[in-house]
Design a binder for this molecule. Structure first.
Ligand SMILES: C=C(O[C@@H]1C=C(C(=O)O)C=C[C@H]1O)C(=O)O
Length: 306
């Protein structure tokens, strides 16, 4: 490498992104072309939360609860979310006894958000089962002596479908039951935590936001590339769904319904849900701040209420 090129390279600041690579982010991530000077790594939510807080990456889609807990140092993009209004299909409590009778629930170390949401939902019902970390397929963990298992992401979607599926020509995702037989024959109920949140509040639930340290916002080119990718991904959702249905071993229409059901734009209802969750889960948190809205990038940062 010539001396000139080496100097130029040393002077080009690298901005490091971290992506949770669950299927629900595919409509944004699959078409994304990183602009020059941006690198990316991927991982599960708790890994990305830790990487952002440790300064290993500069921006990441993280569990919204971690954004809330660290709202003093973090800011979020104003128009990106992983949110749903009603069921999400991939944040599930698998259980063999009614919620009121749960004694021992297994959590996953992959997720901060769903654990915080489960704690809120249990508290609202006055329930206090023992919560422990235990990994593995839900059915196996249930057989090992737990009466509830919390799972998220691709595995939770696959296991949900394994219990309540298959779809027939007459049924849709929304008409599938909540209870079914596991492969081992046990009767399993699947409680969708986002649906429970909707029953409780009537609001969307925002699982993830794209956060960065307030003093280190992303280059405009990266945000623009993310917006362009999202337009492309949502515009070709059938193609994205078909690809991921193949990877997940699920019917295309299941994955297509799963993906179109997400709210990726952090709109006013998603912010309402986010603020409501923040008040319940992290009382006394610092004000949530968001970067400038599209088209106002040169303006001041805004403190945005619900
Ligand atoms: C809906 C989901 O949302 C994800 C769940 C997260 C968590 O539980 O901490 C974090 C980011 C989200 O993208 C899912 O993966 O199933």
């Amino acid at each position: 490498m010539s001396e000139v090129a080496a100097t130029a390279e040393a002077e080009t600041p690298v901005y490091r992104a971290g992506w949770i690579h669950y299927t629900n982010v595919a409509p944004i991530l699959d078409p994304l072309r990183l602009p020059p000077g941006v690198t990316a790594i991927t991982g599960v939510p708790t890994r990305m939360n830790a990487a952002l807080l440790a300064g290993e990456v500069d921006i990441a889609n993280i569990s919204a609860v971690e954004f809330i807990r660290h709202a003093d140092v973090l800011q979020a993009l104003p128009d990106f979310s992983v949110a749903v209004l009603g069921p999400v299909y991939s944040v599930n409590l698998f259980h063999t006894r009614p919620l009121e009778d749960l004694r021992r629930v297994a959590l996953t170390a992959q997720s901060a958000m769903s654990v915080a949401l489960l704690e809120v939902l249990l508290r609202e019902r006055g329930l206090s089962p023992v919560l422990e970390r235990a990994e593995g397929p839900a059915e196996e963990v249930l057989a090992a002596g737990y009466d509830g298992v919390l799972r998220i992401g691709n595995n939770a979607l696959q296991e949900w479908y394994g219990v309540v599926g298959p779809l027939t020509p007459e049924t849709t995702m929304t008409t599938l039951p909540h209870t079914g037989r596991g492969r081992g024959g046990a009767d399993i109920t699947v409680t969708d935590l986002a649906e429970e949140w909707f029953r409780l509040t009537g609001h969307p639930f925002t699982f993830a936001v794209w956060a960065y340290r307030k003093d280190n916002p992303p280059p405009a080119a990266l945000v623009q590339a993310m917006r362009a990718a999202r337009r492309a991904g949502l515009g070709h959702l059938a193609r994205v769904s078909a690809h991921h249905a193949g990877l997940l071993g699920l019917p295309e229409r299941v994955v297509q319904h799963y993906l179109w059901n997400f709210r990726y734009h952090l709109e006013a209802p998603d912010r309402l849900g986010l603020h409501e969750f923040a008040a319940k889960a992290v009382p006394g948190h610092a004000p949530l701040t968001f970067g400038p809205r599209p088209g106002q990038e040169s303006g001041q940062e805004g403190v945005v209420g619900p």
